[in-house]
Unconditional design. Structure first.
Length: 333
């Protein structure tokens, strides 16, 4: 979890550095200022790409005629939250094409019946352990499946969305197990990187979304991007921090939507609170023919690939059981 508070550390370091410079009257103050400046530079190097001061990784959509559009809403509902009305109102107001909800249990499954009729494809996996999920799509879907990539009690979803004739995109919805202080993040990292490896090797347009329980600037998330080749629409726009709702100064960007270079961005927005400890996120994408030429995909080197393979093996080992490295199944057309 050392990657999480980099933004807060940068702010704190900047304040302390300013105070040291303001009251500097001892030789040691100059040395302290240099050390603080170096630490601040290191932190800023990780978080500045997620501010408007940095070039955008995803270009704005050009509004090309006939380009397929896709609106996705993702939310961690907080299993103990017993007020479904705010979420249902957001779904009705924004009419997303795809909805991914995590931490849904039986109570939430019953309340979501109020909006399921708006969607032609619904997948429900309510669970009482904070890892339930709910997937709904207006877009025609093929090959939808629930998977348990690392742990039997932590499901994820993979579905092929048929945006238009000849325009398909593979959607992955994730909510890996979070790290906690004093424990490792091996299982989370393994699940994220298994999907990254699949996306690259299957070689079709892809979207990976969900509460990844990791910040945008972490080593694992950046490795995920290089392995998968997916883009982060946050880069160059803002952190869009989603957790925790009740503590603005401590918020981190834990809820993500990554996509391949065939999409440009129409809109990315953090939606109002729904009573959860996470804010929902909504993204509008346009799959435009010329997008890939303007948006170079991240590329891994050999060391990245070897590191990802080792992290996957370690995560599967920590999770226990007899799980082996998942085989990559090529899509059929």
């Amino acid at each position: 979890m050392a990657d999480f508070p980099r933004l807060q550390l940068a702010v704190g370091l900047a304040v302390v550095l300013a105070l040291v410079l303001w009251h500097s009257d001892e030789p040691m103050d100059e040395l302290l200022a240099v050390v603080l400046a170096l630490c601040l530079t290191y932190q800023l190097a990780r978080v500045l790409p997620y501010t408007p001061l940095w070039p955008r990784q995803v270009a704005d959509a050009k509004g090309l005629l006939g380009a397929p559009r896709l609106r996705i809403l993702i939310a961690n509902v907080l299993m103990e939250n017993r007020d479904a009305a705010p979420l249902l109102a957001l779904i009705k107001e924004h009419a997303p094409d795809v909805v991914l909800l995590v931490e849904t249990d039986g109570w939430w499954a019953e309340r979501l019946l109020a909006v399921e009729s708006r969607y032609s494809h619904v997948l429900r996996r309510p669970q009482g352990n904070h890892y339930g999920l709910h997937f709904m799509s207006k877009i025609p879907v093929e090959d939808i499946e629930v998977r348990r990539l690392v742990s039997e009690d932590v499901p994820s979803v993979r579905a092929r969305l048929m945006l238009a004739p000849g325009r398909e995109v593979e959607f992955h919805g994730l909510h890996p197990r979070p790290p906690v202080p004093g424990q490792d993040s091996d299982e989370r990292d393994a699940e994220i990187l298994i999907v990254a490896r699949e996306v690259r090797e299957r070689g079709m347009p892809a979207i990976v979304a969900g509460d990844l329980n990791d910040v945008a600037w972490s080593h694992t998330t950046r490795l995920f991007q290089r392995i998968s080749g997916l883009l982060d629409p946050r880069r160059g726009r803002g952190t869009f921090s989603t957790f925790p709702v009740d503590y603005p100064m401590l918020r981190w960007p834990l809820d993500h939507v990554f996509h391949d270079a065939s999409f440009r961005l129409v809109r990315l927005v953090r939606l109002p609170s729904i009573g959860s400890d996470h804010f929902p996120m909504m993204i509008d994408l346009a799959q435009e023919a010329s997008a890939e030429a303007d948006q170079p995909a991240p590329q891994p080197d050999r060391a990245d690939i070897e590191e990802a393979e080792e992290m996957i093996r370690q995560g599967l080992k920590v999770a226990g059981g007899e799980r082996q490295m998942p085989e990559i199944k090529r899509p059929t057309y």
